[in-house]
Design a binder for this molecule. Structure first.
Ligand SMILES: [Zn+2]
Length: 418
């Protein structure tokens, strides 16, 4: 079986998609449910229908294209990624995985293969976290609770307003869960977003696991007072606590948690003016670790650090969790299938962990899941200058295709055994 994707058709799709929400600097901006994001999803369904596939939208607004199987009771093999982007994002992140998934379905349909699995190319809702972060894939995997939705990363008000605007409900999101027994596996192609593959001169990365992450809103409270009349020793300056904490985060991670990362990505002060001592500082904190024990320990250490910084400047502090993603090892079966597919194409591979979160993290909780990475030029991502050599994109698409076909064969073997 010598299956290959059609590189010209894939290129035409990728270029057309890059123009939707395209920015003059060569990037894209398709934040969740923005006009450009919705247009990209419509475009995906139009391309899928033009190729003769059924299309579906579930209660979490995940968009799918389906190539059915004639085998009765066939399970679904999901191939996907996401069409949303960060603000001022790159054109490859997520989008490449979705167009490659669609191209895999077309290549299998063109070859007139009837696989013993139902193949589904899926564009998951809000992977990047404008509202929540991997919202659609967690909904599908049944990983969400009402409590989770109560404290979303983008703020509760925004989530409620955006769901209503799209005609979605929290009940719907919670009901979008699929029975894991109907799913055969999940495969995702993504750009590496780091420099490892390029530096090693390797074609394809096989992801061993996806790092866990936790995010928090940290609020320091002091007293907003006149900046001219309040003596230095009589202040409760919230920004001083925040500053001490930011430096403390770096010290704690580099000293006690090698291999982990933590970031304060935003600080907003109130009232925020030249002549008032800041009464409040609101910080966005995120930390990541490859295993859950380390992640839990890191969360505790950073929370202690926040309390120490508050005490040092006579402030009050609250540390509120606003999102948690468990570390997710990928399936050994799926890794082997990716390696076989790449070897058959004469491509070099290496195993590597993913420091970035992905939809595969959600799916790994319920079905054999795995990811392949293609090299990112200069390791750049989440930026308009994000690029991957086109040859690498085509290689990745062919590996995804080969892996899907191989997993489908195993499905047949499994059903025969039964
Ligand atoms: Zn992504």
């Amino acid at each position: 079986m010598d299956l290959r994707v059609d590189p010209d058709r894939l290129r035409a799709d990728f270029d057309a998609l890059s123009g939707i929400g395209g920015t003059p600097d060569g990037g894209v901006e398709r934040t969740t449910f923005s006009e450009a994001h919705l247009a990209a999803r419509t475009w995906f369904h139009e391309r899928a229908r033009a190729a003769g596939f059924e299309t579906h939208v579930d209660a979490a607004a995940n968009h799918s294209a389906v190539l059915p199987s004639r085998s009765p009771g066939a399970r679904t093999l999901l191939l996907g990624s996401h069409l949303d982007s960060v603000r001022r994002g790159g054109r490859y992140d997520g989008a490449l995985g979705v167009v490659c998934a669609l191209e895999v379905l077309r290549a299998i349909k063109d070859a007139a293969l009837d696989l013993p699995v139902r193949l589904e190319a899926i564009d998951f809702t809000d992977e990047e976290g404008t509202l929540f972060g991997t919202l659609g894939s967690q909904a599908l995997a049944g990983g969400l609770s009402r409590d989770d939705l109560a404290s979303p990363r983008g703020g509760r008000e925004l989530l409620v307003a955006e769901l209503a605007r799209q005609g979605l409900t929290e009940e719907g999101i919670l009901a979008a869960r699929r029975d894991p027994g109907t799913i055969a596996g999940y495969l995702e192609l993504h750009v590496e977003q780091g420099p490892v593959l390029e530096q090693a001169g390797v074609d394809i990365g096989i992801v061993t696991g996806i790092t866990g992450a936790s995010s928090f809103r940290v609020v320091f409270d002091g007293d907003a007072r006149h900046a001219g009349t309040t003596p230095m020793d009589a202040r409760r300056d919230a920004l001083l606590g925040a500053a001490g904490f930011v430096l403390g985060v770096r010290e704690t991670v580099t000293r006690d948690f090698p291999g982990c990362v933590a970031t304060v990505g935003d600080v907003v002060t109130e009232p925020g003016s030249f002549n008032v001592v800041p009464g409040r500082a609101i910080l966005q904190l995120e930390c990541r670790a490859a295993d859950s024990v380390r992640l839990a320990a890191l969360e505790v250490a950073l929370t202690q650090r926040a309390h120490a910084a508050a005490e040092a400047f006579a402030l009050d502090v609250t540390v509120k969790p606003v999102g948690h993603w468990e570390p997710a090892p990928t399936s050994a079966t799926v890794r082997a299938v990716f390696a076989d597919a790449a070897a058959a194409l004469g491509l070099s591979t290496m195993e590597l962990p993913s420091g970035a979160g992905h939809d595969a993290q959600s799916l790994a909780a319920i079905t054999p899941s795995g990811m392949v990475f293609v090299p990112s030029i200069g390791g750049v991502s989440h930026d308009p200058s994000e690029r991957t050599a086109w040859e690498d994109c085509v290689n990745g698409a062919n590996v995804l295709l080969g892996a899907a076909a191989r997993l489908a064969e195993r499905e047949q073997a499994t059903s025969v055994e039964l």
